[in-house]
Write a protein that binds this ligand. Structure first.
Ligand code: MG
Length: 189
């Protein structure tokens, strides 16, 4: 299954084999080198209600962010790079989401989230995010210690390779794209 620019798809983040969240997206590019998705502002999201380590449920909520997010994934890579803007529209930085791409489905794409992330500021400073969540997942036996180490190593590889800027920092969405809608029935894998 491949998509063309302008296709509306849904992006689901899974954790522990369950749907954590889902967002409507527009395909920017889909080829053997890159899957680029645009996550527009002003859309409805399927958001978790409850914590990562509880039996969470879902609610549909309007995205609060002012700007959309461009999400870049190299097929096979264990991370995506998300480009964030500040409210004033200036470039904020790159969010390295450590994850694994799962199968494409009828609705779009599922991603297994690896909890740990890295945020790289526009000026090049970086910080690790959610190290506590990953540590708790290991302590609870939800994530194997070796998996957690592999996730950390992937983040270290991204920092060592330093793919910033990505070349997409000045990219803007086609103003003619309609807002994608959240398809129903996304809450169950
Ligand atoms: Mg993450």
């Amino acid at each position: 299954m491949s998509w063309t620019s302008g296709d509306a798809v849904a992006l689901r983040q899974l954790f522990r084999g369950r749907v954590w969240s889902a967002a409507p997206a527009i395909v920017v590019r889909d080829d053997p080198e890159l899957l680029a998705l645009w996550l527009p502002p002003g859309v409805d999201l399927l958001s978790p209600v409850g914590g990562l380590f509880d039996d969470w449920t879902h609610a549909v909520r309007r995205a609060r962010r002012r700007h959309g997010i461009l999400r870049l994934t190299r097929p096979g890579a264990a991370h995506s790079i998300l480009l964030f803007r500040r409210d004033d529209g200036s470039f904020h930085g790159w969010y390295v989401n450590l994850e694994r791409q799962l199968a494409r489905t009828a609705h779009g794409i599922d991603v297994d989230d690896h909890l740990l992330d890295v945020f790289v500021e526009a000026d090049g400073r970086h910080r690790w995010l959610d190290e506590d969540e990953l540590a708790e997942a290991v302590a609870r036996g939800i994530v194997a210690a070796a998996e957690a180490e592999a996730t950390r190593a992937e983040g270290e590889r991204v920092l060592a390779a330093w793919p910033f800027p990505t070349g997409w920092e000045e990219w803007r969405p086609d103003p003619g794209w309609p807002l994608p809608e959240l398809p129903p029935g996304l809450d169950v894998v």
